[in-house]
Design a protein around this ligand. Sequence first.
Ligand code: PLP
Length: 421
Amino acid sequence: MERSQAQALDAQDELGKYRNQFVITDPNTCYLDGNSLGRLPHATVKAISDFLTQEWGPKVVTGWEDWIDEAQRVGDLIGRSALGAGAGQVLACDTTSVNLYQLALAAIKARPGRKTIIIDAANFPTDRYIMQGIAKSLGLNLITIDNEDGAISENELITPELLKTYLSDDVALVSLQVVQYRSGARQDIEALTELVKSYGALMLWDAAHAVGSVVLDFDKNGVDLAVGCTYKYGNSGPGAPAWLYVSKDIQRELQVPIQGWFAQRDQFAMGDNFEKIEGIRGFQIASPSLMGLRCVKSAFEMIEEAGISRIEGKAGQGTQMMIELFDKWLSPLGFTLNTPRGAGNRGGHISLCHPEASKIAIALRKYANVIPDYRAPNSIRVAISPLVNSYVEIYDGFQRIRDLVSTRQYEKIDDGQVRVT
Ligand SMILES: Cc1ncc(COP(=O)(O)O)c(C=O)c1O
């Protein structure tokens, strides 16, 4: 892999035109952290400005006539552009954590008598903490599959054969990530969902690291429940509303624990008792953040136009290039790769492990104008955000990683210099 090959890939890249649609203040920065926070689309700047001047300003409270169903409208957009979900199954609301809690509890209550929840050790901290809290408060048995040290699984991947060893008719809920936040391993959502369902349990996917980078095909894959964010490959901004997906097949069966007024059958009758409305609206708690939703709308319209299959294709090609550069430059410098080599088994990021990873990640930002992130205990994550990154940006970023590590510049960094890694 030479730089000229990266240039050739850029020249043929059907998605290359989208890069100019984002705010990029320093073209010399190699921004390889779009899996953590995507860049700002120019369209979003206009959308927010228009919302303030043409909607909130002049309409004030009368604006709610239009805004009241916005979480459903934007949910449908996320569903068709990125999730492979038909209308009426996705809501854009709250945070991934709140949505996970809501759906997990609803699922557990829908399987009365079953006392076991399954999660994996490599799952994102918020997911593990929430399941620990639910298990403790309801007196349930929480099984945490120990997939971190490589003994029972490679790159944190959960195969159906592995999951099967933990399943029984006591399991109410299994919750896993579609793409592991640290290793980048991508699970077989169709096979795992089918397996869990065959035991009569419900499967709840966290797709935060997958949405906007790979094809999810939730409807086709028989997914029951899923949550995710919009601020990573979704480019919708820090703290933008997250989303939840509940398949039409099980919407009637499920009741979320927070019975807010937006889920009430006749919301403005202000009645005495809660009565859940039919459909996905029955899963909405409260007033949506309109400004947040406008950020999601402009960013996911871009994903819809670009096409999620083309986005997935570029994520596969970009991560393949990263792996080739890892083999050539970084493996000889003491790095190891904690990501599957098969393009179908990973998402948009790869995980480079090194004993000095935390210092290297800080040094890259400080001295090399390369922005990756660090995840304890020893991973540097680097991502391709297909609408934003060029192949040359990735090539140059890897060259700078090589140069910084081979000259040991990172040794100048004191640990504990940054709070957010
Ligand atoms: C996989 C995964 N799940 C959940 C979260 C938590 O998201 P939130 O802060 O929106 O609840 C994150 C955040 O990065 C994540 O990566």
